[in-house]
Design a protein around this ligand. Structure first.
Ligand SMILES: Nc1nc2c(ncn2[C@@H]2O[C@H](COP(=O)(O)OP(=O)(O)OP(=O)(O)O)[C@@H](O)[C@H]2O)c(=O)[nH]1
Ligand SMILES: [Mg+2]
Length: 329
């Protein structure tokens, strides 16, 4: 079978609901194999329909527990749900999704739910690129809701947030989280802020504090959306219906103002840029002559014979001449 035929077969099996085929497809896409890239290019045109909801926040605030609740609620509406956890701690086991083991296990056996953990590795852009690709795959496979969990720590989250229609920032009382979140620029990317663990002391104060921070800082892309601050107890489901309706309202806002299209266009622009980086990297690492050309130019720079800009330009010219610009080359 040719690569294209293999890709078609794999996509067909994944669309048919074969869990192992879905896993194999996603793994190949994440690993950037030739098969994964061939399949991804075919699938891309069918993406752009899902509602992508980013859930971000500091470690242990209850993101996974909340995602379990939200996923359950969307399932009750009959919608297919994909869950992707960008997980720095457990590359293989998906451990971060097991914050609430029982509920997640119940979701995991539901054929209308697909859960996957994405190992963070490599450069900052790599995580965002992989997440963007996997979201597009789930989207194209017909998952109507994609929930994307990231630990809020900075640049990665900002990049991953850019592929979400709605970004929900989760904080909890008693940790000085709001100060961290402010520093990391997370409050600026939040469309909805949730104070989880509202069963604990200090939730009201934190919510009030966040509301006053939001009143002070008008966001650059503001078209009239003021991020609501909600309280939840993910552990028992309190506040989840309110969160769902806030997400709905934000979705309406995105549609009504055209802001959703603006975001999608910005995300696609970024995606092309990320793919260009990936293409250059793949060529450099796969083509031995390009690799040695790189080393040769670096040595010239080290010897003071060449400046880095000229070296980069020479390398770019060389890479362009190397082979026909097939994406998998
Ligand atoms: N009291 C209380 N505990 C909660 C609530 N929500 C979650 N928890 C608990 O908080 C702990 C962390 O929950 P997770 O859902 O794993 O949190 P997380 O943000 O996904 O954690 P990481 O993925 O490790 O960053 C678990 O023991 C949960 O049972 C809540 O509303 N109230
Ligand atoms: Mg988690």
């Amino acid at each position: 079978m040719s690569l294209e035929e293999q890709a078609v077969a794999l996509i067909g099996a994944a669309r048919g609901g074969d869990e192992r085929a879905i896993a194999r497809l996603l793994r190949n896409v994440e690993d950037e194999t030739d098969l994964g890239l061939a399949a991804w290019r075919r699938l891309f045109k069918d993406s752009g329909r899902a509602r992508v909801i980013g859930i971000t926040g500091p470690p242990g605030v209850g993101k996974s527990t909340l995602i379990g609740r939200v996923a359950r609620a969307y399932r009750d509406q009959g919608r297919k749900v994909g869950i992707l956890a960008v997980d720095p701690t457990s590359p293989l086991t998906g451990g971060a999704l097991l914050g609430d083991r029982i509920r997640m296990q119940e979701l995991a056996v539901d054929p209308g739910v697909y859960i996957r953990s994405l190992a963070t590795r490599g450069a900052v852009g790599g995580v965002a690129r992989a997440a963007a690709r996997l979201v597009a795959v789930l989207d194209a496979l017909g998952y109507e809701i994609v929930l994307l969990e990231t630990v809020g720590a900075g640049q990665d989250e900002v990049e991953v947030a850019a592929i979400s229609g709605t970004t929900v920032l989760i904080l909890m009382p008693g940790q000085g989280d709001e100060i961290q979140a402010l520093k990391a620029g997370l409050i600026e990317i939040a469309d909805i802020i949730v104070v989880n663990k509202a069963d604990r002391e200090g939730a009201d104060q934190l919510a009030a504090q966040l509301r006053s921070v939001l009143r002070l800082g008008a966001r650059p892309d503001d078209r009239g959306w003021v991020p609501p601050v909600l309280k939840t107890v993910a552990a028992d489901g309190t506040g989840i219906p309110e969160l769902l309706s806030a997400i709905d309202r934000h979705q309406d806002y995105l549609d009504r103002t055209g802001q959703g299209m603006v975001r999608r266009q910005a995300a696609l622009r970024k995606a092309v840029w990320r793919e260009l980086e990936a293409l250059l990297l793949r060529r450099l690492t796969r083509d031995p002559s390009a690799g040695s050309e790189f080393d040769r130019l670096v040595r010239q720079v080290e010897a003071g014979e060449l400046d880095p800009v000229t070296a980069a330009a020479a390398l770019l010219e060389r890479l362009a001449k190397l082979a026909p610009a097939r994406p998998e080359s």
